[in-house]
Structures are given as structure tokens and as C-alpha cells.
Design a protein around this ligand. Structure first.
Ligand SMILES: [Zn+2]
Length: 277
């Protein structure tokens, strides 16, 4: 901002958008085409949303030519950033805009999913609302279909309306090949290697329903988004197919021997029970 103000008019007038895109904290934004910005149709309704609308637009389109004091310039600058964000939300759902955001997505410019089972799947920026000033930007993972807060405080302060509540879904509609395979892997809580009884029972129940859903979808020939060869959690005999059941038994026997000397006995269900209680 400082070096921007100190530039002469003719200098800064040629690259406001370049400056904005390359500023720290603005990595989520793509560059809006000049053609798009200068077509009044694309800006319909924004004149009531943005203070000093015309000056702000002049600044964004590099034709700003007003002699004003620093306070006024700062206000116009702020309006210009807001205007850019609002136009950005409209631009990124156009063919050109989607392609630009796709490039950024492929480079993981928006970060990677923090969930372990998502294996660093790239994220997409999104708003929870289209109304400006309601909620800051969030990040969407197409693999786990969940949303996350941005890591950096600079990103966390960006208005979610600058990306909108639809963009991250539209991009997968327009580029269906991009839809990631879902991950059926999930974390099962354990204490010292043993599945916790209540949690394990719940997981088994959920997995049963999940398998049932996949079976039904397969029967109806509906693409459920999971890998074709992904095994069912529970097979038809009702056995839990969790891979390390045998391993569990080994650990159970070992734990039983090990804990015997410490006043802890292993319950029949494989749960650790404190004998002192
Ligand atoms: Zn994820």
C-alpha cells in the first residue's frame, strides 16, 4: 500500500490489479479480465454496494485520475478492494474465471485438506453466504466434503462473499472429471490399541448403514463416488472386515500378560477394565 501511494499517477495507474493479486494475503483471488470489468452489465447493482463506486472502478480499471488527499485516497482504495471482491465472486463462475481458478486449484494455491485420510487433497475457497459482510471465507475439500478455516489470519479475514456460496460446487459441475473419489477410510478411536467399546459399536453401526447404502447405489447403477474396489466394511456374514482384527487378538493377549502385573485385567469383550475400581 505504501509503495503504491508513493508511485506517481502514471506508474500505479497501469497495474492496480497486478498489485492487488500479488499482495500478501490475496493469494486466493484470480485476476479479473479487463473486458469483464469494463462491461457495465457485469457490475449491475454494485454501485449501491460500494462507496465512491465510480472512483473505485476507475482505480481497479487503471483510469483513476483524481487529485485527493491521503484519507480520501485510502477510502477509495478500500472501496476498490471491496468492489474487486464483489466482481470476483461473479467472475469466477464464468468460463474464463472457472478456468483461472482451476489452474490455482491444481497448484493447491488455496491450501490442502488438513484431514489425514484426505492425503493433502487441494482445497477450494468458498463463502457460506453471498451477502457481503456476513461470514469470512472458508475452504472446501471435495474429497471429505467438509469445510475448514484458512490457516493464515490474513486469509481468515477475507469476506466469503468474494467467492460466493456456489462457486466450489459449480466448478465440479463444469469439470466433472475433477470430482475426487471419496475416501471411506475413517479414524476409529482406540485406547492403548483397543477399540473403545461405545465408539466401536457406533462405528460398526454406521459402517453397516454405509455399506448398505453403497450396495443399494451399486444395484441401481448410481455412481456413488467411492472407488469401485473399495471393500465393504462389513461382509455378508456380518463379520467386521476391519483389517487388524487378528492383530487385535494378538495385542489383547499380549496386553493381558503385560497388564496382569499392574492391577489391570482385560475384560472378555477386549476392553481394558481397571480392576481397582
Ligand atoms: Zn478433506
Amino acid at each position: 500500500m505504501d509503495d503504491f501511494v508513493s508511485e506517481s499517477d502514471s506508474d500505479y495507474a497501469s497495474y492496480w490489479r497486478d498489485w492487488f493479486i500479488s499482495s500478501r494475503g490475496n493469494e486466493y483471488f484470480c485476476e479479473i479480465d479487463e473486458d469483464y470489468l469494463t462491461d457495465r452489465f457485469n457490475l449491475t447493482g454494485l454501485n449501491t454496494e460500494v462507496q465512491y463506486y465510480q472512483y473505485a472502478l476507475d482505480l481497479v480499471t487503471d483510469v483513476f485520475d483524481l487529485d485527493c488527499d491521503d484519507d480520501m485516497r485510502e477510502s477509495i482504495e478500500k472501496s476498490a478492494r471491496h468492489l474487486y471482491g464483489l466482481v470476483h465472486a461473479r467472475y469466477i463462475v464464468t468460463t474464463r474465471g472457472l478456468a483461472k481458478m482451476l489452474d490455482k486449484y491444481k497448484k493447491a494455491d488455496f491450501g490442502k485438506c488438513p484431514r489425514v485420510h484426505c492425503n493433502s487433497h487441494p482445497l477450494l475457497p468458498m463463502g457460506l453466504a453471498d451477502m457481503p459482510g456476513s461470514r469470512p471465507v472458508k475452504l472446501y475439500c471435495g474429497r471429505c466434503e467438509d469445510i475448514y478455516n484458512p490457516k493464515s489470519s490474513r486469509h481468515a479475514a477475507i469476506d466469503g462473499a468474494y467467492f460466493g456460496a456456489s462457486f466450489h460446487n459449480i466448478i465440479f459441475q463444469v469439470y466433472p472429471a475433477l470430482i475426487p473419489t471419496k475416501s471411506a477410510e475413517r479414524y476409529v478411536p482406540r485406547v492403548y490399541g483397543f477399540k473403545m467399546h461405545a465408539a466401536a459399536a457406533l462405528v460398526r453401526w454406521q459402517n453397516g448403514h454405509f455399506d448398505e447404502m453403497r450396495r443399494r447405489l451399486r444395484k441401481m447403477d448410481v455412481d456413488h463416488g467411492f472407488k469401485k474396489d473399495e471393500p465393504l466394511f462389513i461382509d455378508d456374514r456380518g463379520d467386521d472386515l476391519d483389517l487388524d482384527d487378528e492383530e487385535d487378538d494378538d495385542i489383547a493377549a499380549e496386553m493381558e500378560r503385560f497388564e496382569a502385573g499392574r492391577g489391570i485385567v482385560i475384560g472378555g469383550s477386549g476392553e481394558a477394565v481397571d480392576a481397582r475400581e
